[in-house]
Design a protein around this ligand. Structure first.
Ligand SMILES: Cc1ncc(COP(=O)(O)O)c(C=O)c1O
Length: 426
C-alpha cells in the first residue's frame, strides 16, 4: 500500500490508523463512506460528522461565506452573534456568554483557565477513565492518557475519583453510588480544608472511558457538593451533546446537573474545526482581568455560519428525535443479542451513544479486548465501521451520524450477529 508507506515516512508515528488493514476513504455521503476501490461502508462510529458526511447544506454555506468574507472576532459580524444566540438559547439561562475555539481540547483548556482564574487555584477533580483533550493541561487531568502508555503521574492538584461504573466498577450493589459519592466528598472537602475552591470536570456520559452513562444521582450530588463548597463544575459535552443521546439536547440535562461552564466541540462543526465554551456572566467578567482573549480562528464568520447550519439541520431534519427512536430500537435489539452471546457482558448508553462490553465469560466478566478487536475488524470487512475503547479496550462503541435509520440499524445488527457468532466460536 504505497500511501501507507508515504504516511509512515512523513506523518508522526504517534498518529494511529484504525483497523488491521487501514481504510483509504475517498468519499462520504450521509451515513456512508466509500473507499478507493468503491466499497461502501455504513459508518456507525464517526460522531463528528453528526448530521452526515458531506452534507450539501454545510458545503453550500461554507462556500458562500468563504466567497463573501472570513475574518475574526475583532470585527463586528452577524454570523458569530446569530450562532452564539442559538447556542445560548439551547442552554440554561445562567449560561449566557460564549467563547469560540477550534477544538475540544482548546475549549477544555480555556474552561480550566476560566475556572482557575475565578477559584484562584488549580485543584481539579477528575473521574478515572476520563479523556478531556491532548494539550499538556488536559493530559494531566485525563486519567485515560496519564495512566496509559507514555503517561506520567498527574500533578498534586489533580484529584482522581473512581469511575462510578455500575457494571465493573470498584463498588457494586445498592449502596455503590453512596460509596462513590463518599470518596468524591472526601476529595472535595480535602481541597477546601486546604483553603481552596475545587473545580470538577466531567462528561455526563463517558466516551473514551468506555461508553459509560454516569449514574444520575452521582453527578447531581457531586455537583451539589462542589457548589456548596463554592467550587465550579465544568460539563464536557464534546462527545455527547447536540441531541445525540436523544432524550435531551445536552447530556448534562439528562443528569439534572447545573454546570457553571459547558464545553462543546466535535459534532458542532460536523467536521469543520469548531468548538465553544459557554459560561456565566460572572465567570466571564472575572476572566476579563486585563489579559485579552484573542483567537485567530475561533468564531470566524465561516465557522459560525457552518455551526449555525448544523443546528438548523438538526432541527429541520428532527435528528434529536431520530437519535432517540433509532437509538432505543438499537439498544433493545442489542439487549436481545446479549441473550444469545455469552461474550456480550453489557449493553449501555442512550440514544445513538451506545456501548457493547465484550467479556471472556459471563461468570468472570473478564475483559476480552482480543475478541472486541476481532469483531471490529471483521465488521469492517462486512461493511460496517465501529471502534473499541475503554481502559481495557474491550468496549465496542456505536456513535454514528445521527441520521442513522432503522434500515442501517438492522444492517448493523445483522452483521454483528454474524460476526459475534464467528468470533465466539474461535
Ligand atoms: C470528551 C472529550 N473531551 C475533549 C476531547 C478533545 O477534543 P479534540 O480532539 O477536538 O481536541 C475529546 C476528544 O475525543 C473528548 O472525547
Amino acid at each position: 500500500m504505497a500511501i501507507k508507506n508515504i504516511r509512515q515516512k512523513i506523518l508522526a508515528p504517534s498518529l494511529s490508523l484504525s483497523y488491521e488493514d487501514p481504510l483509504h476513504l475517498i468519499k462520504g455521503k450521509g451515513q456512508f463512506l466509500y473507499d478507493i476501490n468503491g466499497k461502501k461502508y455504513l459508518d456507525a462510529v464517526n460522531n463528528i460528522q453528526h448530521v452526515g458526511h458531506s452534507h450539501p447544506r454545510i458545503a453550500k454555506i461554507a462556500y458562500e461565506q468563504l466567497k463573501k468574507l472570513n475574518t475574526n472576532t475583532r470585527y463586528l459580524d452577524e454570523n458569530v452573534l446569530d450562532y452564539a444566540k442559538s447556542i445560548i438559547d439551547s442552554l440554561p439561562k445562567k449560561l449566557s456568554v460564549c467563547f469560540f475555539t477550534n477544538s475540544g481540547s482548546e475549549s477544555n483548556d480555556l474552561a480550566l483557565r476560566i475556572a482557575r482564574n475565578s477559584a484562584k487555584n488549580r485543584n481539579t477533580i477528575v473521574i478515572d477513565g476520563a479523556y478531556h483533550g491532548h494539550t499538556i493541561s488536559l493530559i494531566e487531568i485525563s486519567p485515560y492518557k496519564y495512566k496509559g502508555l507514555g503517561g506520567f503521574n498527574p500533578p498534586p492538584y489533580v484529584h482522581e475519583v473512581p469511575t462510578p461504573n455500575l457494571y465493573r466498577g470498584q463498588y457494586n450493589g445498592r449502596t455503590s453510588i453512596e460509596k462513590y459519592l463518599e470518596i468524591f466528598t472526601n476529595h472535595a472537602k480535602q481541597i477546601s480544608i486546604d483553603g481552596f475552591k475545587p473545580t470538577f470536570i466531567f462528561e455526563s456520559f463517558m466516551g473514551c472511558g468506555g461508553q459509560i452513562p454516569l449514574p444520575a444521582s452521582f453527578l447531581k450530588n457531586a455537583c451539589k457538593i462542589i457548589h456548596d463548597l463554592g467550587g465550579i463544575c465544568i460539563a464536557d459535552e464534546i462527545q455527547v451533546g447536540l441531541g445525540r443521546i436523544g432524550k435531551h439536547f445536552w447530556g448534562f440535562y439528562y443528569q439534572e446537573v447545573n454546570p457553571d461552564i459547558v464545553t462543546i466541540g466535535k459534532s458542532i462543526g460536523n467536521g469543520h474545526p469548531l468548538s465553544a465554551v459557554i459560561t456565566t456572566k460572572k465567570l466571564a467578567n472575572q476572566f476579563n482581568n486585563g489579559m485579552e482573549y484573542f483567537n485567530s480562528f475561533g468564531g470566524n464568520p465561516v465557522s459560525s455560519a457552518i455551526g449555525q447550519t448544523v443546528l438548523k439541520i438538526i432541527k429541520d431534519e428532527k435528528l434529536q428525535k431520530n437519535a432517540l427512536n433509532i437509538g432505543s430500537y438499537l439498544k433493545k435489539e442489542l439487549l436481545n443479542l446479549k441473550k444469545t452471546f455469552e461474550i456480550i457482558g453489557d449493553i449501555r448508553g442512550e440514544g445513538l451513544f451506545l456501548g457493547i462490553e465484550i467479556i471472556a465469560e459471563i461468570n468472570t466478566i473478564q475483559p476480552n479486548p482480543k475478541a472486541a478487536k476481532q469483531i471490529v475488524n471483521e465488521m469492517k470487512e462486512l461493511g460496517v465501521l465501529l471502534s473499541t475503547d475503554g481502559p481495557d479496550n474491550n468496549v465496542i462503541k456505536i456513535k454514528p451520524p445521527i441520521i442513522f435509520n432503522k434500515k442501517d440499524a438492522d444492517f448493523l445488527l445483522n452483521k454483528l450477529d454474524k460476526t459475534i457468532s464467528s468470533v465466539s466460536k474461535k
